[in-house]
Design a protein around this ligand. Structure first.
Ligand code: GTP
Length: 186
């Protein structure tokens, strides 16, 4: 079980997800507070100083690109991260399906069973649709207790962008224990 860690001195956030879901755009939108029209395949690692983060902890944000990185590098990055944001595009069901068929099992496979990595599910591109995918995501959370929270956002309109990174920080610094909570509710 993950526990509160008041002594953590930094938070390392890794973004993964299928190609084209908007990982790089999310990072660059957060940093520049505007939507980048042209994005590289992978953003440089970014360090956000403690005084501008909601939890006052220096935060590193790490992008992933299948074009530039091998499966081995990805596995190393997952192990180094304190929290993994699995990004999908709300207008592309296949990217949502791949959360359970690919990404969450892959993340579990990189960590020992007693040390599950906290995960935040991020539905990007909400500017393109008029529905919500949150119901689908809530059912994923029931099956994968390492999923600490979920958020729908848009790198384009900046909707919920800072919230997304706040949830990721919070998943590390103040993790809940969904298994325990669900057992209590029974
Ligand atoms: P890979 O590098 O291939 O893994 O892609 P990625 O997940 O980093 O996605 P990227 O940021 O390169 O964005 C892919 C495309 O989606 C680009 O054309 C972006 O402009 C577009 N895009 C990203 N975020 C949004 C969004 O919130 N809304 C809309 N409408 N388009 C977006």
């Amino acid at each position: 079980m993950v526990t509160w860690n008041p002594t953590r001195r930094n938070v390392r956030i890794l973004l993964v997800g299928d190609q084209g879901v908007g990982k790089t755009s999310l990072i660059l939108s957060l940093v520049s507070e505007e939507f980048p029209e042209d994005v590289p395949s992978k953003a440089e690692e970014i360090t956000i100083p403690a005084n501008v983060t909601p939890e006052q902890v220096p935060t590193n944000i790490v992008d992933y690109s299948a074009l530039e990185q091998t499966d081995e590098t990805l596995s190393e990055e997952i192990q180094k991260a304190h929290v993994v944001c699995v990004v999908y595009a709300v207008d592309d069901d296949e990217t949502l399906d791949r959360i359970t068929s690919h990404w969450l099992p892959l993340i579990r496979g990189c960590c020992s069973a007693d040390q599950r990595k906290p995960v935040v599910l991020v539905g990007n591109k909400v500017d393109l649709v008029e529905y919500s995918t949150i119901d689908n995501v809530l059912s994923i959370m029931e099956d994968f207790p390492e999923v600490e929270s979920c958020v729908e956002c848009s790198a384009k309109t900046l909707h919920n962008i800072s919230e997304m990174f706040y949830y990721a920080q919070k998943a590390v610094l103040h993790p809940t224990s969904p298994l325990y909570i669900m057992e209590e509710q029974d």
